[in-house]
Design a protein around this ligand. Sequence first.
Ligand SMILES: [Zn+2]
Length: 131
Amino acid sequence: MKISPNDDCPCGSGLKYKKCCRVLHQGVPAQTPEALMRARYTAYALDRADYIMQTTHPDGPHYQADTAKWKRELEAFTHATRFAGLQILAAAGDTVTFRATLFVKDRDASFTERSLFRQHEGRWKYFGVVV
Ligand SMILES: [Zn+2]
């Protein structure tokens, strides 16, 4: 997906992209796990694999040491997927529960997840799914 800075942010905040997740994509640290969750969703929607990789905790199960391979996998996923919306259902402490609406080749692949975030070198990172 391509958007302009004045378009609504894909994360569903109701703010313009330039006032919302773009600030984080440009390097400002997320102040809360919810803010990082939103910025990561928007990064998926905008095919920004680098941001997904940068904000994945290196000790978590989703981190891959082979970043070239990881980037190819992320891009294959984002290119095949239409990201239709994000709802934050709950955000407390270091967890965020969300519903992501997405379609893979017109098949509904929406899901609800409770995600765990942890700090690494002073910044929030996505760690993994809470089971
Ligand atoms: Zn946003």
